[in-house]
Design a protein around this ligand. Structure first.
Ligand SMILES: NC(=O)c1ccc[n+]([C@@H]2O[C@H](COP(=O)([O-])OP(=O)(O)OC[C@H]3O[C@@H](n4cnc5c(N)ncnc54)[C@H](OP(=O)(O)O)[C@@H]3O)[C@@H](O)[C@H]2O)c1
Length: 282
């Protein structure tokens, strides 16, 4: 069984079962404040109680509202909670989302995030998505500058290719990659391997999109997931998370939920040990 923690950026001991906060927003489109604000804070605090010490958010979630909720939940907590946020995507309506990777915009969003989260420095600041209208390395250099100024501790990249990661590594240390990856969607396998070799954390987003009822799920995989769930007296969601945790020791999962019961179920996935055979055949 691989370690329960990963040293993000080489120095932050992050529990590999984290929390993705995106769903704690208004709906549709993760736009506006989470309607039951107090319940949202309660859920985040329950996550801290359960040992989660890593929360993923973004400027675009809300926009701003999600970071504000997290900032409030952090007030008074005795635990060390590492917060990862992102800049580089703008959301002006529930159905209007676009990249903006201009250096001045990244700086503005980062400063707003510091304020909303109520922290002196952001543990992990991720470029949400490369902006086709801005040279990729200009956006990366903007994050490097924020890091030199002490506003952010580590730099992460999201929705990037292996080539983009390699280009970024030539100018700045990259602590994490956040791309879509789960039981059913494994196109990023070579990225996972590369990150493992480089000691870079890999944060698969959409980790539960692999449930049997996902419309694009290959049937054979669905049946296998259900079978493994039966064998382990677990739910398919738990097996999907356990599979990711065992897939590679640099993977940090960030499942999202609005339900305390689902949160508790997801955290319990840490205890499921899939046999080597299951991993190979999965
Ligand atoms: N970088 C990017 O571009 C990007 C894009 C998307 C997401 N993300 C990040 O990745 C995180 C996770 O992604 P995601 O929220 O899209 O996908 P996810 O974590 O795979 O799935 C979340 C969905 O699954 C449901 N769910 C959670 N636990 C469950 C359980 N035990 N049983 C049944 N259903 C369960 C949730 O509904 P309930 O609320 O009913 O539990 C929610 O609808 C986000 O919070 C965000 O931080 C990043």
């Amino acid at each position: 069984m691989s370690s329960s923690h990963f040293f993000l950026g080489g120095d932050l001991p992050v529990n590999r079962l984290g929390f993705g906060a995106m769903r704690l927003c208004g709906q549709p489109g993760n736009f506006g404040p989470f309607p039951d604000w107090e319940a949202g804070k309660h859920l985040l605090r329950r996550a801290f109680e359960l040992g989660i010490n890593f929360i993923d958010t973004a400027h675009a979630y809300g926009p701003g509202w999600n970071e504000l909720l997290i900032g409030e939940a952090l007030v008074g907590t005795q635990q060390t909670i590492y917060v990862a946020t992102k800049g580089g995507v703008e959301k002006t309506a529930h159905d209007r989302v676009f990249p903006d990777g201009r250096p001045e915009q990244l700086r503005l969003r980062c400063e707003e995030s510091l304020h909303r989260l109520g922290v002196p420095r952001i543990d992990l600041y991720q470029l949400h998505r490369p902006d086709p209208a801005v040279p990729f390395l200009e956006s990366v250099e903007a994050l490097a500058q924020l890091r030199r100024e002490g506003k952010i501790r580590h730099i992460g990249l999201s929705n990037v290719t292996l080539e983009q990661l390699q280009a970024a590594l030539a100018v700045v240390p990259v602590a994490s990659i956040q791309n879509r990856y789960n039981w059913n969607e494994r196109k990023d396998d070579s990225m996972v391997e590369f990150c493992l070799q480089q000691n870079i954390a890999y944060l698969p987003w959409g980790p539960l999109a692999a449930q049997p009822f996902a419309p694009d799920a290959p049937l054979s995989h669905d049946l296998r997931l259900a079978e493994l769930a039966r064998t382990h007296q677990a739910t398919p969601s738990q097996v999907a998370l356990a599979w990711l945790l065992q897939r590679a020791p640099n993977i940090i999962v960030i499942p999202g939920t609005t339900s305390v019961a689902h949160l508790e179920e997801n955290v319990a996935a840490r205890k499921i040990a899939l046999e080597e055979d299951s991993l190979r055949e999965a």
